[in-house]
Design a protein around this ligand. Structure first.
Ligand code: HAM
Length: 434
């Protein structure tokens, strides 16, 4: 038999790992609700053109990392790709469904898997999860700060209080071409020191050279022209106002001149979140920025937008590294066991009734002796065992408090209410003991 494995760069999240993910998902959804960002979903795949046009054909994400999807039947000529990020799909949906007629900005939140065919390494997966936030239809600068603060709050509430917030402005179509020229002029005399792909970028996408991690050109990057000296007045004012708003909100942040982002749709505000000391290692916990040209690029009317995506896989890793206590898998409150090993039907019927009443209950479905069933309940960390025995003829069962070792008879019609009350007290007791 062949040995099957999850594809390289993907992972199974087993039940003992899921509680921390669920906590982050709940936090993200709760923050989105508190800030007024409505949940939405887009397909996991789109016409590849949406990404090629939206993200940019000469970005790593499109050039090297796009998961192209081909249908098994040949007659379909559409070209599709798995989504490498959420923004392009959300903007495609905004245009397709005429969301520009809604009250602006349209604030949305999306949490789900993204796919990039990258070389897998620590914190870099081929399937990973992003929490994505977008505000489409507001030119800022205040909404830029709202969003940057929201990301910062997510990390704080998740248990990472010291995340660094790096910000920059990468200008707009009015001022960026001249900056591109300045960067090209700076690197061109040293083109022989550039690796093949970097030399191509010099022509197609010179900003990308500025966040190259190639140590051989670190000196060239350090002496490259600073975009702050090339912003037009409108972009410079916008950026100053974003920073002023962040200061009012008490978000500590730092300008990073090398922060240029890896996707082509960005204009003006760009930002990234890092663990302290981890900057420059291509290990951002999250990032985002403004994309004032993207709606138009995907067929809509000129409409500004801004958003972020936070990488949840990296947050889970960072929480584990920081030793933050992770939530434990939930224990069943109640296990239904019985003196007659063969009578699985009665045990299952009682558990089903308790579940219908809202309790977390399971029945022991193995035909094993009562002692073994009780051991199994204790091993599961259950609080209460319902023991089905001869008293059933009188409409009663025994309820045992497993940690306390106490036991009493309960009438079946009262069972769900009694268990709910007993377990509520137990939960409060254990919460208080923590
Ligand atoms: P991005 O910087 O490409 O931006 O990705 C955002 C975050 O997703 C990264 O900071 C990282 O935490 C996580 N991430 C990216 N690739 C991987 C990977 N291969 N494995 C694990 N985590 C990864 C965007 O995706 C933009 N759509 C953000 C945005 C929204 N801009 C405006 N709106």
């Amino acid at each position: 038999m062949p040995v099957y494995r999850a594809p390289r760069g993907t992972r199974d999240l087993l039940p003992d790992e899921r509680p921390v993910w669920e906590r982050l998902e709940t936090l993200a959804r709760d923050l989105a609700r508190r800030y007024g960002y409505a949940s939405m979903e887009t397909p996991l795949f789109e016409q590849s053109d949406v990404f090629e046009r939206g993200i940019g054909a000469s970005t790593d994400v499109v050039e090297k990392e796009l998961f192209r999807v081909s249908p098994s039947r040949g007659e379909d000529t559409e070209r599709w790709a798995l989504r490498p990020e959420a923004t392009a799909g959300i903007v495609r949906a905004y245009v397709q469904h005429g969301l520009q007629t809604w009250p602006q900005p349209v604030r949305v939140s999306l949490l789900g898997p993204m796919f990039r065919y990258d070389r897998p390494q620590a914190g870099r997966f081929r399937q990973f999860w992003q929490w994505d936030i977008e505000a489409i239809g507001d030119p800022g600068p205040a909404v830029d700060a709202e969003i940057i603060e929201l990301g910062h709050r997510f990390y704080r509430e998740a248990g990472l209080p010291d995340v660094d917030v790096l910000v920059n402005s990468i200008g707009d179509p009015a001022c960026r071409p001249a900056y591109h020229d300045a960067v090209r002029a700076h690197f061109a005399p040293h083109a022989d020191r550039l690796a093949g792909v970097e030399r191509e970028r010099l022509a197609t996408n010179p900003l990308r050279l500025l966040d190259s991690k190639d140590p051989d050109i670190a000196d060239l990057i350090a002496t490259a022209p600073d975009i702050a000296d090339h912003l037009c007045a409108a972009c410079a004012d916008h950026f100053a106002a974003v920073r002023a708003h962040l200061t009012v909100l008490g978000v500590p942040h730092r300008r990073e001149r090398g922060l240029v982002r890896g996707l082509d749709y960005y204009t003006r505000t760009a930002f990234e979140y890092y663990l302290p000391g981890a900057e420059g290692q291509q290990s951002a916990l999250g990032g985002g920025g403004r994309y004032d040209g993207l709606v138009e690029l995907l067929g809509g009317k000129p409409t500004p937008g801004i958003g972020f995506a936070l990488g949840l896989d990296r947050v889970v890793l960072a929480l584990a590294d920081a030793g933050v206590a992770l939530p434990a898998p939930a224990h069943p409150a109640v296990v239904v066991v019985g003196a007659d090993p063969a009578d699985t039907a009665t045990r299952l019927r009682i558990a089903t009734e308790l579940r219908a009443a809202g309790l977390v209950a399971r029945a022991d479905l193995a035909t094993r002796k009562l002692g073994r069933q009780l051991e199994g309940a204790a091993r599961d960390g259950a609080h209460l065992a319902v023991i089905v025995g001869d008293e059933l003829d009188l409409g009663q069962v025994q309820v045992r408090d497993l940690p306390a070792g106490t036991q009493r008879l309960v009438n079946l019609p009262d069972l769900a209410r009694e268990l709910t009350r007993a377990h509520a007290g137990h939960r409060h007791g254990t919460d208080a003991a923590r």
